[in-house]
Design a protein around this ligand. Structure first.
Ligand SMILES: Cc1cc2nc3c(=O)[nH]c(=O)nc-3n(C[C@H](O)[C@H](O)[C@H](O)COP(=O)(O)O)c2cc1C
Ligand SMILES: [Mn+2]
Length: 483
């Protein structure tokens, strides 16, 4: 039986604590210390979730949670999957869950813990929450990094939900950064074109399914909350906010409610902010949210997911698992004997920099065909630097294993091809500035065959490795895991 899904951030954090993966930290400063501790722990030998309390300048109880899904086990825990399994096993699990996922519209309720405090008028103060200054070069304090932001269009036809960053500018004033291609921006624009201020709700601290749904790139018109309900296996409970008409998850921690005037009416110089690519790449004039109300739970927990250089595991929930699943789906009906697909190095929540695929080589050219298919798939289609194909004895979600195959089975001159002009992201720090100005967005991608050469694979020297079942037997017999 899979575990009961978490219906709030608090249930989720309790489960992290029970699994021994939560550290409490008191007396850290919102100015740089929370950000520095978060990164130090994320990249340590024991990545773990952090719950900050008694933050300098703040009353105890006003908390910040970070690193909620910085490791494979933490991601598995959040999504109700088993701990201690390989990345490829998580991908298989995810594919079987999402292939039969049913959309479940949210359930409207009248009240919930999010309404324990309803602030209006002069009681509204965004600085009453310990929003961190995550990094010294950041343009200011960010309350929205692990948030879910709700928007709709003028027709009120559908509600979008996605994480968009929000920077503080005043007690009732923050900015929201939304890329042109994202649905939230299209929603804001539909109000602006009608000469109106766009309604918006930013929730900071929510159950992991709402967050995972919001992180999933769904097509326009597909409300992420319905997908989140499908993932949770029951509808997400929401309270509809009257003036904005937008849903607010009943168990959320903090909801910032307001209206966004057109950019030419009001704006702030937002950023810079460390992007998911690991660089400070942009800032500039951004839309302002005029805050009309704040709802929050007692002792609210602000969910912070600052982007850090390195794997997408560290900021998005389910990113590697999701991207891997979508790539696998894309090639499954074309390429035979795929054993595993894994976005082994992925920084943003979409588009893998390095993807590893394991196959049972079936015919001459099978490995290169797999590499070209993965490289051409939509899910792989941004920031992709390399696709590495390995044999079935290699775990494509294990770096050590993939590098072992690359360094022993691949002759670079024979086995690597480079394709130029592949689609890419505007966030790629490697696009030369002058070409970027001209609109150039492409990257080249390496197709690496790290399989044993097909024609003499049966004569390839035998690998020196102990059988997994014998290793497990020894673990049990001699209590090796007790160390
Ligand atoms: C932690 C995190 C922060 C993000 N920050 C932003 C952001 O500031 N602006 C933005 O446009 N997208 C941001 N994204 C990406 C979008 O949320 C993501 O691509 C989402 O799927 C877009 O959904 P939409 O197509 O419904 O707009 C962020 C993603 C994550 C996981
Ligand atoms: Mn969307």
């Amino acid at each position: 039986m899979p575990p009961e899904p978490f219906t709030s951030l608090r249930d989720h954090i309790d489960a992290i604590e029970s699994a021994g993966l939560l550290q409490h930290i008191n007396n850290a400063h919102w100015d740089l210390e929370i950000g520095a501790i978060t990164e130090q722990v994320a990249f340590s030998g024991k990545p773990r979730a952090l719950l900050f309390d008694s933050i300098v300048d703040y009353n105890p109880g006003f908390r910040v949670a970070t690193n909620l899904h910085v490791s494979r086990d933490l991601q598995a825990l959040a999504l109700g999957m088993p701990l201690g399994v390989s990345g490829v096993d998580l991908v298989k699990d995810w594919r079987s869950r999402t292939s039969k996922l049913e959309r479940l519209p949210p359930l409207e309720v009248n009240d919930g813990p999010i309404r324990e405090n309803v602030l209006t008028g002069d009681d509204i103060d965004l600085f009453s929450f310990p929003a961190p200054q995550w990094r010294a070069p950041d343009g200011g304090r960010y309350i929205g990094t692990g948030d879910v932001t709700f928007t709709t269009d003028t027709e009120g036809g559908w509600v979008n939900a996605a994480p968009y960053r929000a920077q503080l500018f005043g007690p009732k004033r923050m900015t929201i950064e939304i890329a042109e291609t994202h649905h939230g921006k299209q929603h804001l624009k539909s109000f602006w074109e009608a000469g109106e201020h766009a309604p918006i709700v930013m929730v900071a601290g929510q159950d992991p399914y709402t967050y995972a749904g919001a992180c999933t790139p769904l097509p326009a018109g597909y409300p992420e909350l319905e997908y989140a309900g499908g993932l949770m296996g029951k509808p997400i409970e929401v309270i509809t906010h009257k003036e904005t008409g937008l849903p607010i998850p009943a168990t959320a921690e903090i909801a910032v409610i307001g209206f966004v005037p057109p950019l030419d009416e009001d704006s702030e110089d937002e950023g810079p902010f460390g992007e998911c690519t690991g660089y400070f790449t942009h800032g500039g004039l951004h839309p302002v949210v005029n805050v009309t109300e704040i709802w929050h739970r007692n002792n609210p927990i602000l969910q912070g997911n600052p982007t850090m250089h390195g794997s997408a595991m560290r900021h998005a929930l389910g990113a590697e698992i999701l991207t891997s699943s979508r790539m696998w789906d894309a090639i499954e009906n074309e390429i035979p004997n795929i054993q595993g697909v894994y976005a082994i190095y992925q920084q943003c929540q979409q588009g893998a920099h390095i993807t590893a695929v394991s196959i049972k080589q079936t015919y001459d050219g099978h490995a290169k065909q797999t590499a070209t298919s993965i490289a051409g798939s939509l899910a792989n289609g941004t920031l992709s630097r390399a696709v590495i194909v390995v044999d079935e004895d290699i775990d494509p979600s294990d770096w050590e294993d993939v590098l072992f195959a690359f360094s022993t089975r691949c002759d670079p001159y024979e086995d690597i091809d480079i394709v130029r002009g592949m689609p890419n992201s505007h966030l790629d720090p490697r696009i030369p500035p002058d070409l970027k100005k001209q609109g150039v967005r492409t990257t080249s991608t390496m197709l690496i065959n790290a399989c044993k050469p097909y024609h003499w694979k049966d004569q390839f020297p035998q690998t020196n490795s102990v059988d997994n079942s014998l290793k497990q037997e020894m673990v049990d017999k001699f209590n090796l895991n007790d160390w």
